[in-house]
Ligand binder design. Structure first.
Ligand code: G
Ligand code: G
Ligand code: MN
Ligand code: NA
Length: 256
C-alpha cells in the first residue's frame, strides 16, 4: 500500500521525532523522568501520531528498524540533557517497546550497542511493554525481560490492568514499575469501584517492591487523590503534553 511505501521512505530519511512527556515525582512535584512518544514528520501527511502507523509497522516488521531509530534518538538526547545539567543524573527515560522488538534475535545485543553508542547508562533507561501483548509468548518474554533487567535496564508494564493476564502470571513477570492505565485514573473520581482498583494496583506494586506511575492525569483533584492513595509517580495533560526536546529546555514542572 501507499502507507507501506511512505513508511519505508520514512525509515531511510529518518523522519521520526521523539516527543517527551514528563513523569512527575508526586513527593517533590517535579519531573524525574519522561516517556518517549514517537511522531512521524511525513512530507505528504504532516505530523502523524503513533496509532496511525505503529500497527502497520508491527505487522510489516518495519517496527524493528523504526524502534531502533527511536531508541537511539531518545537515548542520545537524554544523555545530552543529563550532560548539560538540564536533567538529573538519575533521570528515567521511558521508551515503549513492541513485543516483536523484544522477540527479534539479537535484541539484547542491539540494546547494549545503543547504550554504548549514546553513552547513556543502563540505569537511566526503562523499557515499557504492554501487558496484553506479553501473554502471547509468556515463557519467552519473561526470559528476555529478565535478561534486559540483568543489563541494569528497568521494565515497566504499560496499560496495567486492561489486559487478560492473571495475577499468577504477574508473579512470573519481571518488572520494576506498573503503569496504571488512564481509563482507571479517568473513572477514579467518578466511581468508587475504580478508586478501589487503583488502590489494589498500588498495593500489588508495593508488594513486588515496584513503583506505580499513574497515566492520563488531567486534573488537580486526580493528582491529590493519587497522593492520598500512595501513588508515587504521575504523568498526563495536567502536568504537560508530550513535546519535542527543543521545547523542553530547562523548564521544570511545578504543580502541587
Ligand atoms: O503519543 P500517543 O498518545 O499518540 O501514543 C499512542 C500510543 O502509541 C501509545 O499507546 C504508545 O504506547 C504508542 N507509542 C508511542 N511511541 C511509541 C514507540 O516509540 N514505540 C512503540 N512501539 N509504541 C509507541
Ligand atoms: O499507551 P501509552 O501509555 O504509551 O500511551 C501514551 C499516550 O497517552 C500518548 O499518546 C499520550 O499522548 C497520551 N496521553 C498522555 N497524557 C494524557 C492525558 O492526560 N490524557 C489523555 N487522554 N491522553 C494522554
Ligand atoms: Mn507507554
Ligand atoms: Na499506557
Amino acid at each position: 500500500t501507499r502507507l507501506t511505501a511512505d513508511l519505508k521512505r520514512a525509515i531511510d530519511n529518518h523522519e521520526f521525532e521523539v516527543y517527551y512527556q514528563p513523569i512527575i515525582d508526586l513527593h517533590h512535584n517535579k519531573a524525574c523522568g519522561a516517556e518517549a512518544l514517537v511522531r512521524w514528520h511525513s512530507p505528504t501527511r504532516g505530523l502523524v501520531p503513533p496509532n496511525d502507523f505503529i500497527p502497520l509497522a508491527e505487522d510489516s516488521g518495519m517496527i524493528i528498524e523504526i524502534g531502533h531509530q527511536i531508541l537511539h534518538q531518545a537515548c542520545m538526547q537524554t544523555y545530552d540533557q543529563i550532560q548539560k545539567g538540564h536533567w538529573p543524573t538519575d533521570f528515567l527515560l521511558h521508551v515503549n517497546l513492541s513485543v516483536c522488538q523484544l522477540l527479534q534475535t539479537g535484541f539484547l545485543a542491539q540494546l547494549e550497542t545503543v547504550l554504548a553508542e549514546t553513552k547513556l547508562p543502563a540505569k537511566n533507561l526503562t523499557l515499557e511493554v504492554t501487558e496484553s501483548r506479553l501473554v502471547t509468548q509468556p515463557l519467552l518474554t519473561t526470559q528476555i525481560l529478565k535478561e534486559i533487567q540483568s543489563l541494569g535496564i528497568h521494565i515497566a508494564i504499560d496499560d496495567f490492568g486492561t489486559g487478560y493476564s492473571s495475577l499468577a502470571y504477574l508473579n512470573q513477570l519481571p518488572f520494576n514499575s506498573l503503569k496504571i492505565d488512564r481509563s482507571f485514573i479517568n473513572q477514579m473520581m467518578v466511581t468508587e469501584n475504580y478508586s478501589a482498583i487503583v488502590t489494589a494496583v498500588i498495593s500489588i506494586a508495593h508488594n513486588f517492591q515496584a513503583d506505580t506511575v499513574a497515566e492520563g492525569v488531567e486534573t488537580a483533584e486526580q493528582a491529590t487523590k493519587l497522593k492520598q492513595l500512595g501513588c508515587r509517580y504521575a504523568q498526563g495533560f495536567y502536568y504537560a503534553q508530550p513535546k519535542p526536546m527543543s521545547e523542553w529546555s530547562t523548564e521544570t514542572v511545578n504543580k502541587s
